[in-house]
Design a binder for this molecule. Structure first.
Ligand code: HXC
Length: 519
């Protein structure tokens, strides 16, 4: 072959590789409303920034006649590119090649970009669309999965890892996304389960559809497996780009500072009258969040799951900040097992990647009852406490209204190393709510009363006395547990000032192999 022919041959090979499993299968992928691996990567990365690697890798399997069926690149497209100019490593399983099923060589391709991401200290984004282990390869495929899992584990807390699920993700394959920091699923076409409907039916007799077993909706609402549910692949990829913008490249860096166009001393007058006089009347915590963050922009994580607590990313004076907030609008903002786990995982992500956390508190306590006790609320609540207590990032807490009992301690209180703990004048920081407290303290006396009117009058008086004494922030402020009581409309400015003062914060936990958090 002459040199010029060699160049032409290379060009031809590239064209071939870019066709993956061929035009027919690409058309079939499009017909299902799905994009190809390369189309997805192009949409995710900055225009023209993608550098593909291992385009000429092919599988080495000789079982079931596979030696006669090879595709350049095999079932995954890998490489690097940029998002807003910052480098990321990516892999996208190519469903047009053996249904994106994982071969030994595919695993090697994925591991290569994961290793590079670690070496370069850059995020890794994986797009999943696969029929699982390449059946013809048998155990080498399983080994390949385990190689990926091991890398997911070692990369955890070192570089951000994000998984998009844009197709099937079943069996042991689910564990790579599960080991990463964030999972995103699309409303149609994506599903995740350990065992599919057919096996479920044969083992348990349960009849269930793919969607009901592992669709985006159930994982967004019920299991909490997915952090984001997008309506389309386009929306999903844009969400990933946005999510990445709040993160540093790795655990040794800080998230990029964005130019802030929102005045830092902007007063949000509406907040002064937001809290209803009736302590049992809900309000929307998101009104506060949107009111105080830069330009009202908030990227909510786990939006559909455990809605009694809100977690997500925003910016204060251009600096990326994690927000954890009880939501009085849903289950009165009570802490239950799911909410505790959700918030704990989020706080740990922020701590691992040097993202400060603002905590907004309005919590009536832990959800009582056998349901929660049997679900292990003791251990799950302890997770959140552990996450806050272990975190060394800057932590600012603002108590908006209720902060009762154990939940007060858990929600980033002063003694769990909260750096600046502020309260609104509407805050109620106490062991428990007034009615419950009076029932415990005065129960016997009240039970002995025979005159109903006298009984009611006595209880009302005692409740009022308790409220006067404890349903305010000043007792906590008198002990220095609250650093200042602030005017609600001034919250944005005070929070920004607090985080600015914390920029040089240095805090280290005692040396140890690792903690033993209550899992
Ligand atoms: C090899 C596979 C494959 C697999 C699909 N294909 N899955 N090839 N190994 N695991 C091939 C098909 O033969 C077909 O080839 C092409 O990919 C597209 O598949 P279709 O079935 O036509 O597509 P669709 O109708 O959309 O169905 C998708 C699917 C189905 C639901 C994923 O293919 C399926 O059920 N696959 C098997 C899933 C499975 O049981 N995997 C093993 C799980 S165990 P052609 O040539 O016709 O285009 C596992 C263990 C992992 O994964 C453990 C890790 C620790």
């Amino acid at each position: 072959m002459k040199n010029q022919e060699k160049v032409a041959d290379l060009i031809e090979k590239r064209v071939q590789a870019k066709l993956g499993g061929g035009e027919k299968r690409i058309a079939s992928q499009h017909k299902k409303g799905k994009l190809t691996a390369r189309e997805r990567i192009d949409m995710l990365l900055d225009d023209g920034s993608f550098e593909e690697l291992d385009m000429f890798v092919t599988h080495r399997c000789t079982n079931f006649g596979l030696e006669n069926e090879k595709y350049l690149g095999d079932g995954v497209v890998t490489g690097h590119g940029t998002i807003d100019g910052r480098i990321v490593f990516v892999f996208a399983q190519d469903f047009t090649v053996f249904g994106g099923s994982l071969s030994e060589t595919m695993a090697q391709k994925i591991c290569k970009v994961m290793d590079m991401a670690m070496k370069m200290g850059a995020p890794i984004i994986g797009i999943n669309d696969s029929g699982g282990a390449r059946i013809q390869e048998g155990v080498t495929s399983l080994a390949g999965y385990a190689e990926i899992f091991q890398r997911n584990i070692l990369a955890s807390g070192v570089v951000p890892q994000i998984s998009a699920i844009f197709g099937p993700c079943a069996g042991g394959a689910v564990y790579s996304p599960a080991l990463t920091d964030f999972i995103l699923m699309t409303a149609d076409n994506s599903y995740m389960f350990v065992t599919g409907p057919k096996v479920v039916k044969s083992v348990t007799g349960e009849d269930i559809t793919v969607e009901d077993l592992g669709g985006a909706d159930v994982h967004a609402r019920k299991s909490g497996v997915t952090h984001f549910k997008a309506e389309s692949e386009e929306e999903g990829t844009m969400l990933i780009r946005k999510l990445i913008s709040y993160m540093p490249q790795n655990n040794l860096e800080e998230a990029p500072l964005v130019k802030c166009t929102d005045p830092i001393d902007r007063l949000e007058d509406s907040l002064n009258s937001l809290i209803p006089d009736n302590p049992n009347q809900p309000y929307d915590m998101k009104d506060i969040i949107h009111g105080i963050v830069d330009n009202g922009e908030f990227l909510e994580v786990h939006r559909h799951y455990a809605r009694n607590i809100i977690v997500g990313f925003a910016r204060f004076n251009g600096a990326s900040t994690g927000i954890v907030a009880n939501q009085p609008n849903y289950l009165a903002g009570v802490l239950d097992s799911d909410a505790s786990r959700k918030a704990a995982r989020f706080v740990r992500f922020c701590d691992a990647f040097n993202i400060p956390v603002l905590t907004l508190v309005d919590v009536p306590g832990f959800l009582p009852g056998s349901g929660q006790e049997y679900a292990g609320i003791i251990i799950h609540g302890a997770k959140l406490m552990f996450a806050y207590g272990e975190a060394t990032i800057p932590k600012v807490t603002v108590t908006i209204r209720k902060s009762y009992g154990g939940a007060h301690d858990v929600m980033s209180c002063k003694q769990l190393r909260g750096d600046f703990n502020y309260a609104w004048p509407t805050a109620e920081i106490a062991v428990m709510g007034a009615s419950g407290a009076i029932e415990v303290l005065e129960g016997k006396k009240v039970a002995a009363m025979t005159d109903e009117a006298e009984k009611k009058k006595y209880i009302d008086e005692k409740v009022e006395e308790y409220k006067e004494k404890f349903a305010n922030p000043y007792q906590a402020a008198a002990f220095g547990y609250i650093d200042d009581v602030i005017e609600p409309r001034n919250t944005r400015f005070r929070v920004i000032r607090a985080f600015e003062a914390l920029q040089t914060k240095k805090l280290q936990n005692p040396p140890r192999k690792h903690s033993n958090m209550p899992l």
